[in-house]
Design a protein around this ligand. Structure first.
Ligand code: NDP
Length: 460
């Protein structure tokens, strides 16, 4: 008995030391990349029991390899503004892990974009894509370009210059970008047009999120927001709850937020707040989706203008305050680290029952701990926001078969995929005695899928 205990302790210590030593190296090599380090730490935090049980991952150097992108491309994006001035932005594409299929992940145009942000997103994307069960590897890209306040012509010229360089590295069987913050239908259209011109051929599957008229999939625009609500609904159902009559707050007012609000409302919830980077709206009667869509999708204006149409609603300057509104369900759908420990404590004090991440890593590590310690149902983004990339992979399938699917078929597939992700996260957590911890479950399920395939493919 004592000998078995000793062996178990030895296995535990070996795995712990291994994780610590790999993390120390990652820290040393990427000292100026806090978001990337945060994402690595979050995954590693869940892996100790996995490595104790499966030393093969240590023997095959999986952690050392999985934290190093297969390729990181950084490039100059020169363009000319409306005043004739030459401007230069920095573009990136990380091809993080291609074990399961062509690199797949969105492009982000936002002034905060840098190597750390792109690497954290690409790293997360690898596990998210594995969770969908589809044949897609992990990638991400973008530029530190701010589309806000730019004219149509400026956005087009920038986007074309970005694609002129990016086109050298992508293709339907190589790397398939899509949208993310600041890259929606308009930008995807310009990116596709420029790719077609530079590449000299029509490769419909080179980008996803395309317009319906030229190879896009019905349901892609709605997929991340809808998928989030499908995931959270599964989580609630397991506890005998639903969205019906729940008060919900959704941060952001972009693509993910708008369609999360739409589906939550369809499921009977009252969504009382949403935001942009300047402030938030509180509408106790429930957010009017028509107004929100018009403001954000047609006019591209600020959320503060919502009160012009709905004077009973309140606009409050500063987006952080949104978490002080009492709610049953909180859906952070804006950006990374938007929900900190203090906000998490406030949500818990106000009786929040579930938190579902529509954005990537919107919750800080300490905030996530607050939710876990207080038995709040907490869905991590890499599982709950996977609906967007899942439907992107369905778009790729439609492009290669040259057959467009009806919306009902896409939506049914999306729902099936989100339920499967939920179930595999639950099962992975249960198999390591971590029931109820969806963060650990999603991390473990995604990691083992990628790691097992990496072992089979050899040291490459
Ligand atoms: P959009 O650009 O369409 O919208 C982003 C929204 O978030 C905007 O309303 C923006 O406001 C707001 N925002 C940005 N920073 C803050 C902040 N600090 N506080 C409050 N609001 C803020 O992006 P998406 O909806 O596509 O993406 C949102 C998140 O979801 C990102 O984390 C993205 O990586 C993730 N995601 C997106 C997927 C997709 O399919 N689009 C798929 C999976 C994940 P403003 O206009 O003021 O900048």
């Amino acid at each position: 008995m004592a000998m078995i205990m000793e062996m178990e302790t030895h296995k535990f210590q070996t795995a712990k030391k291994y994780i610590e030593s790999v993390y120390d190296t990652v820290k040393e090599r990427n000292a100026n990349e806090p978001e990337f380090l945060q994402a690595v730490q979050e995954i590693f935090h869940s892996l100790l029991p996995v490595l104790v049980k499966n030393p093969k991952y240590m023997e095959n150097g999986i952690l050392e390899r999985i934290v190093e992108p297969e390729r990181m491309i950084s490039f100059r994006v020169p363009w000319v503004d409306d005043k004739g001035k030459v401007r230069v932005n920095r573009g990136f594409r990380v091809q993080f892990n291609g074990t399961l299929g062509p690199y797949k992940g969105g492009l982000r145009f936002h002034p905060s974009v840098n190597a750390s942000i792109i690497k954290f997103l690409g790293f997360e994307q690898t596990f998210k894509n594995a969770l969908t069960g589809q044949a897609i590897g992990g990638g991400k890209g973008g530029a530190d370009f701010d589309p806000k306040g730019k004219s149509e012509g400026e956005v087009m010229r920038f986007t074309q210059s970005f694609m002129t360089e990016l086109s050298k590295y992508i293709g339907s069987g190589i790397d398939v970008p899509a949208g993310d913050i600041g890259v929606g239908a308009r930008e995807i259209g310009y990116l596709f047009g420029q790719y077609r011109k530079v590449a000299g051929h029509y490769d419909a599957g080179v980008l996803t999120g395309k317009g319906i008229g030229y190879g896009g999939s019905l349901g892609r625009t709605e997929a991340t927001g809808y998928g989030l609500v499908y995931f959270v609904d599964e989580m609630l159902k397991d506890k005998g709850m639903s969205f019906e009559d729940k008060t919900v707050i959704v941060s952001g007012s972009g693509n993910v937020s708008i369609y999360a609000i739409e589906k939550a409302q369809e499921y009977g919830a009252k969504v009382v707040a949403c935001s942009d980077s300047n402030g938030y709206i509180y509408d106790e009667k429930g957010i009017c989706l028509d107004t929100l869509k018009h403001l954000k999708e047609v006019e591209r204006s600020r959320i503060s203008e919502y009160v012009n149409e709905h004077p009973h609603a309140k606009y409050i300057e500063g987006s952080d305050g949104i978490w002080t509104i009492p709610c049953d369900i909180a859906l952070p759908c804006a950006t990374q680290n938007e929900l900190n420990e203090k906000a998490a404590k406030t949500l818990v004090a106000n009786g929040v029952k579930a938190v579902g991440e529509g954005a990537n890593m919107p919750t800080t590590h300490n905030a996530a701990e607050v939710f876990l310690q207080n038995d709040v149902l907490y869905a991590p983004g890499k599982a709950s926001n996977a609906g967007g990339v899942a439907v992107s992979a369905l778009e790729m399938a439609q492009n290669s078969s040259r057959i467009a699917w009806p919306l009902e078929k896409v939506d049914a597939e999306l729902k099936k995929i989100m339920v499967n992700i939920y179930r595999s996260s639950v099962e992975a957590a249960e198999s390591y005695d971590l029931s109820g911890n969806f963060v650990a479950g999603a991390n473990i399920a995604g990691f083992t899928k990628v790691a097992d395939a990496m072992i089979v493919q050899g040291v490459i």
